[in-house]
Design a protein around this ligand. Structure first.
Ligand code: NAD
Length: 490
């Protein structure tokens, strides 16, 4: 492993995300040698901590990670330092600046600086501005900014945020986290497509009938209810994660597998996504909110949720790309809380043979052939399956669907880094492949804004689905209208 040298400044160092994900991710990079002697992390938040107390917080956060040698966690935590800081007070940045410069010298980080914003998004602009104004950026190494979701609430607020960040950082210095892009099987979309003639040569509207993307959650809103009620599934899942997955499925082959070339193709794909008129959007989007049932309370009864809430906990939609490859092929997407199970999967449904020579010509309802389906299992199981038609064993001649299947072994899974580990490493390496660019985010918001505006005006008939189902009936009707069905259904 090549060591990455940097001082990481973490805003929101005492927050939930930092404690649950970020310290573990850094510790794993340390265990693998990507972080070694030459790194330090300066944590900051409103709380008062000493360096020792902060190091203890870090050790507590990583206590479930197996140590590969004695004292590893303790050694790791010695790279962590802390300064209390109110991000709205310009004078506080001077304190951070001095500390960063000391740590740079002490740890020999060659002027490399990574700023990670893991706090409420309303502060992102202010922090970025002050980093520049108060002179926290270095002149000799790199300066990079990693920022958490959500990136705006709509196109206008996202643009405002981006404009604010752009005052300090260039696009190639900004790393916008979309943790779905850190998932092994999402990255595998590219390997599967561009590494296999038998797949990529069929990857178009001549052979594909439709593509389905499902991000299904079993849990409800739990502790994040207050946040969620202001956001909803459209903003929380569709605008970012689903659009990023869809872009990878729809994009053309990049010239090379580098961040610049991949980015160009993703942007091009999203540019050809049809932005609906309001009436088209109304026809092609479905929203839902879960009721009580299956032993749980209704969304509206959750703590922190408005009892009259019109926030959607489920979205299904049909997307269309107006380009040569995809014209006429719908992409159906759905996501929701309190659904039957927790999983993420992609189903690519191929067209049936034009003529079914096995069917009885005198009996029109005798349709023996199934569509070929390529399923990419993203999580919790990782792998893919291809459904083919084969002869059913025995006398006579009928066909049945059979599966060619590859599932990652447990040892492969152990090898796969968690999304935050991978993304942290990519940011330290300066590799943008698995981050969302501003242009992609802008197109995604423009697409989503049309339906958001409509839904904000029209009062929904909520609740409309039961926990443990796969969402409201309208989600099935969205496909039935086109003579299709969800591949995964109950
Ligand atoms: P949190 O509320 O748990 O933590 C916020 C942190 O910011 C705390 O350390 C707090 O002290 C600090 N802070 C707040 N106001 C401050 C101020 N004025 N000055 C200095 N520090 C201040 O939040 P979180 O759940 O850790 O989320 C952090 C970011 O990550 C958010 O952008 C969130 O949307 C995103 N995110 C979180 C999760 C998650 O699972 N928690 C998942 C995805 C994205």
């Amino acid at each position: 492993a090549t060591e990455n040298k940097a001082v990481i400044t973490l805003f929101g160092a005492t927050g939930d995300l930092a404690k649950r994900k970020l310290y573990t991710a850094l510790f794993k990079l340390y265990q693998k040698g990507y972080l070694a002697e030459h790194f330090a992390l300066l944590g900051t938040s409103r709380h008062d901590y000493t360096d020792e107390e902060f190091q203890e917080l870090v050790r507590n956060s990583i206590k479930d990670v197996e140590e590969s040698r004695d004292g590893e966690a303790a050694d790791f935590s010695k790279h962590f330092f802390y300064k209390a800081h109110d991000v709205t007070k310009p004078e506080h940045y001077t304190i951070l600046k001095e500390r960063i410069e000391e740590l740079d010298k002490q740890f020999g980080t060659e002027g490399n600086r990574l700023f990670y914003m893991s706090m409420a998004p309303q502060f992102f602009g202010t922090i970025a501005m002050n980093l520049k104004k108060q002179g926290l950026l270095s002149d000799d190494g790199f300066n990079r900014l990693v920022i958490e979701k959500p990136f705006g609430r709509d196109f206008d607020s996202a643009k405002k945020l981006n404009d604010a960040l752009s005052q300090t950082f260039d696009e190639n210095q900004i790393f916008r986290i979309d943790h779905y892009l850190g998932k092994e099987m999402v990255q595998n979309i590219q390997a599967l497509r561009f590494g296999n003639t038998i797949i990529e040569s069929l990857w178009n509207n001549r052979y594909i009938d439709n593509i389905q993307v499902t991000l299904s959650e079993k849990l409800g809103v739990e502790e994040r209810a207050g946040y969620y009620d202001q956001s909803g599934a459209l903003r929380d899942m569709v605008q970012n994660h689903i659009m990023q997955i869809v872009a990878q499925l729809a994009m053309e082959q990049p010239v090379s597998f580098t961040d610049t070339d991949v980015r160009v193709e993703k942007i091009k794909a999203l540019r050809s996504l049809r932005v609906y008129t309001p009436s088209e959007a109304a026809a092609n989007f479905v929203r839902g909110q879960y009721d009580a049932g299956d032993g749980t309370e209704a969304y509206r009864s959750a703590d922190g949720v408005d009892p009259e809430s019109g926030t959607e906990t489920f979205v299904a939609a049909k997307l269309l790309f107006d380009n040569y490859r995809w014209s006429g092929v719908p992409f159906y997407v759905r996501t929701g809380k309190k659904l039957a199970d927790k999983f993420t999967r992609i189903d690519v449904v191929f067209k049936k043979p034009l003529i079914d020579i096995f069917a009885d010509p005198r009996n029109e309802s005798d349709q023996s052939l199934n569509s070929n389906v390529l399923t990419i299992f993203v999580e919790p199981k990782s792998g893919f399956a291809m459904q083919l038609n084969a002869k059913r064993a025995g006398q006579g001649f009928t066909t049945q669907p059979v599966d060619l299947k590859y599932l990652q072994s447990d040892s492969d899974k152990k090898e796969s880094p968690e999304p935050y580990e991978r993304l942290f490493h990519d940011a330290l390496e300066g590799n943008h492949t698995n981050f969302a660019s501003w242009a992609e985010i802008a197109y995604a918001w423009k697409f989503v804004d049309v339906i958001r505006k409509l839904w904000d005006i029209e009062k929904p008939q909520f609740p409309n689905y039961t926990p443990g189902s796969m969402g409201p009936a309208a989600s099935d009707e969205l496909l039935a209208r086109d003579g299709r069905k969800w591949v995964y259904r109950l």
